[in-house]
Ligand binder design. Sequence first.
Ligand code: GA4
Length: 331
Amino acid sequence: MVVVSKSAIEQFSYTRTNKPTTALFTQIPLVDLSNPDSKHQITKACEEFGFFKVINHGVPMEFISLLESEATKFFSLPLCEKQETGQPKPYGYGNKRIGIHDDVGWVEYLLLTTNQDPNLHRFQSFRLALSNYMNSVKKMACEILEIMADGLKIQPRNVLSKLLMDEESDSVFRVNHYPPCPEVQPLNDKNSNGNGNGNVIGFGEHTDPQIISVLRSNNTSGLQISLRDGSWISVPPDHNSFFINVGDSLQVMTNGRFRSVKHRVLSNSEKARVSMIYFGGPPLSEKIAPLPSLMRGDQQSLYKEFTWFEYKRCAYNSRLADNRLIHFEKI
Ligand code: GA4
């Protein structure tokens, strides 16, 4: 368990939640994967938000519940037992520290690569639950990428999904546990309403470097996405659905037509949040560049050429909130 104490909380950044936002009535795009029109819904959502919610996704509820209960069991173990799975360098068990710099969040997590057996030998049922869940979610991610290709009118329709299907696909899986965290009373804040109105940051704002991320959480709120005008909107949790993020690589492959979404998680003062995220990435040697079939006439790439290895190296050296694509934009 992450130990909650006031002095420990003070080292974390927090945000006020009673601020008016321009986006109070914005709806999160909803895509029904069984709807023949889903390609239009997905294209629109990726252009406007880089984010949408998916229903009728085909991932068995049994796989989802089993992984959630195994993850909850794992996170309730004593710290030393969780640490036996290794430090996150970058894969393993992490507590509060995110990445290699000074980013911290009110979170503990397990970070795994999908092409290596996780160091979870003592946790056979957890491993099995992970494997069933990941295979099923990967299948859904590939289906979504194929529908995206249809929506973008590009062929072959597996041009994106084949990168996740590749044996060398550099995909990552993350299970996060956000323990409840008391609201923080901002000190000497003249705007304060005196109600303890600050939320500690669970996972700071960032975009995902990969192609696509597929997130599922329990029914605890906390996830927020940033709109193009810079305002934040809270995403109502829904444990029966999945949330899809466009990653930086997909932004480049669509030459900026789809936008990677900035998102963050605020801690909840009452309930623990458990989320599991599959980050679908290409093989390390893959060139990340706009798809030729998307470029019309003399349209130029907005980005310099780079491989996923180069982007990933740069990303893993960056701070969470950095704009990582800026180094790869053509001036
Ligand atoms: C954000 C998306 C994924 O969670 C992740 C994160 C990674 C990590 O936790 O090690 C990074 C972050 C993420 C981007 C910038 C760097 C690397 C933490 C960080 C500060 C696993 C990923 O692929 O990139």
